[in-house]
Write a protein that binds this ligand. Structure first.
Ligand code: TXE
Length: 478
């Protein structure tokens, strides 16, 4: 694997200052990477700027073909890259391969968008005129990505930006850069012209401000505090910003729910991908009539989850991704206990044959929505059950959060489902389905502080990656 930055079509040597270790086995070094500095960032910015004029005029079919080739190559290499992802991030092999396949389909989708994306034509109130509305590339896009979906998120930001004619600088998370390096290789092999895509590794703090001021748009996924900081860094230059941030997503279980469906959706939504999803269910709100039966089944489901080495075929939940996140989860559990939440399952680290960040899936009962456990994003395999009187109370509790990303409900009543769909302030609503697990062809995102600056994915992403131009044309034909 190349442990280098990719700038202006060339792999750049550098001191291998960044190491990643397998969270399933901390004795295994996964990758060594060169950390980019200010000089590399300046070169990447200049290269992306130089390449922008030609790339926006690049033949449409040829642009689509490049994106399609990247998608094809991702499918061919899905097993290998899925294993790399699992070794670097800790999600199970099945989840890792699934994520690489999803990244492939994202590239295929955007290959189609290159030729599908329309403009608009209007009649004019002035005789002999018409009006044409076209979507033009923004210019140079900086994509900053997190560690929890290191290839899927990079794919939907990079493929979207390229499809609509922008050049790109990608700054992946320092915790899981391996798949971004592989993506750069694939883009190079697919024939992308030099400078159109550039990769900078490392924490990014040294050059973040400079790049944010220098590019035309920043698309960011990560924590809410960093997102807020990026908005402030972007303000002086008025750089366009899109943020996808945290959630504290409610999953409501009503008395009329189908128990199997409710337990399955809550289990998947909360503990899938070790709970490290911005759309994960973090608050399980249950009406009193079904509470005891649901909780009994949920505790059994949680207790049956097999936690272990991400590459082991029996593992259903891999380790927590990194030391900082592991400590954050342990602190969160300790504070929830101190707040008086009743621990029903889990609550601590698990011993395993290898040294890793293994945490038991953790469930608290008898929690109150105002507890820190239910107000601050956990981003781990931890959730609290909140018992409520009725549907009205469930909706009130679900809405009582500053976050508004995803939400879910288990009910067999169409009327209840529709009422929740209308009243939820979240950007995503799931009926009888986990709050997490999304498709790439439809909009994704939430309201501030969960999201900012327009939706990602699907055709809605064109709003961020393009600027509108309205042209009035006096052709003289009446
Ligand atoms: O996020 P950060 P971290 C949440 C989750 C987690 C917490 C911390 O709660 O516990 O965030 O994770 C880059 N200039 N989410 O530390 O710091 C950074 O290098 C340029 C939710 O990973 O927000 C990384 O590439 N870049 C989330 C990216 O920002 C900078 C997914 C995200 O890092 C920078 C992941 C700077 N000054 C974590 N500072 C979700 N919404 O899904 C940071 N970065």
């Amino acid at each position: 694997m190349k442990g280098r930055n990719f700038i202006d079509g060339a792999w750049r040597d550098g001191e291998l200052a960044l190491q990643t270790y397998n969270p399933s086995d901390l004795d295994e070094l996964v990758g060594q990477y060169a950390r980019a500095g200010v000089a590399e960032a300046e070169e990447a910015l200049a290269a992306a700027r130089r390449a922008a004029a030609d790339w926006r005029r690049f033949n449409m079919q040829a642009r689509a073909d490049i994106l399609r080739r990247v998608g094809d190559a991702l499918l061919v290499r899905a097993d290998e890259l899925g294993a790399l992802l699992s070794r670097e991030e800790g999600k199970t092999l099945k989840e890792g391969i699934g994520e690489v396949q999803r990244a492939a389909y994202v590239f295929h989708y955007y290959a189609g968008e290159v030729v599908r994306h329309p403009g608009q034509w209007y009649n004019s109130m002035r005789d002999g005129h018409n009006i044409v509305v076209t979507y033009e590339p923004v210019g140079v896009v900086l994509a900053i990505t997190p560690w929890n979906f290191p290839i899927a998120i990079a794919a939907w930001k990079v493929a979207g930006a390229l499809a609509y004619g922008n050049t790109v600088i990608l700054k992946p998370s320092e915790y899981a850069p391996g798949c971004a390096v592989a993506l750069a290789e694939l883009l190079e092999q697919a024939g992308l012209p030099r400078g159109v895509f550039n990769l900078l590794l490392g924490e990014g703090r040294a050059f973040g401000q400079m790049l944010i001021e220098g590019v035309d748009a920043v698309t960011f996924t990560g924590s809410t505090p960093t997102g807020s900081m990026i908005v402030q860094m972007a303000a002086p230059a008025m750089t366009k910003v899109q943020l996808e941030l945290g959630g504290k997503n409610p999953f409501i279980v009503l008395d009329d729910a189908d128990l199997d469906t409710a337990v399955e959706a809550a289990t998947q939504g909360t503990w899938g991908q070790t709970g490290q999803r911005c759309t994960g269910s973090e608050r399980i709100i249950v009406t009193k009539g079904i509470h005891d039966a649901f909780v009994e089944r949920l505790v059994k489901a949680v207790a049956s989850l097999k936690v272990g080495h991400a590459l082991h075929p029996d593992t259903q939940m891999g380790p927590v991704a990194n030391q900082a996140q592991f400590q954050k989860n342990l602190d969160c559990i300790a504070r929830a206990r101190a707040e008086g939440a009743e621990l029903a399952f889990g609550g601590g680290a698990i011993d395993a044959p290898t040294r890793g960040y293994f945490l038991a899936p953790t469930l608290f009962l008898d929690t109150d929505n105002r507890m820190e456990l239910n107000q601050e994003e956990t981003f781990g395999p931890i959730a609290g059950v909140i018992k409520v009187e009725d549907f009205d109370a469930a909706i009130a509790v679900a809405q009582d959060s500053r976050f508004a990303l995803s939400s879910g409900i288990a009910t067999t009543s169409l009327k209840n489902a529709e009422r929740f769909r209308r009243e939820s302030k979240a950007g995503l609503v799931m009926v009888n389905a986990p709050t997490a697990g999304l498709e790439y062809h439809v909009p994704f995102g939430g309201r501030p502080p969960s999201g900012y600056g327009g939706r990602e994915q699907g055709a809605a992403s064109a709003e961020f990656f393009t600027e509108l131009k309205t042209s009035y044309i006096n052709h003289g034909v009446i």
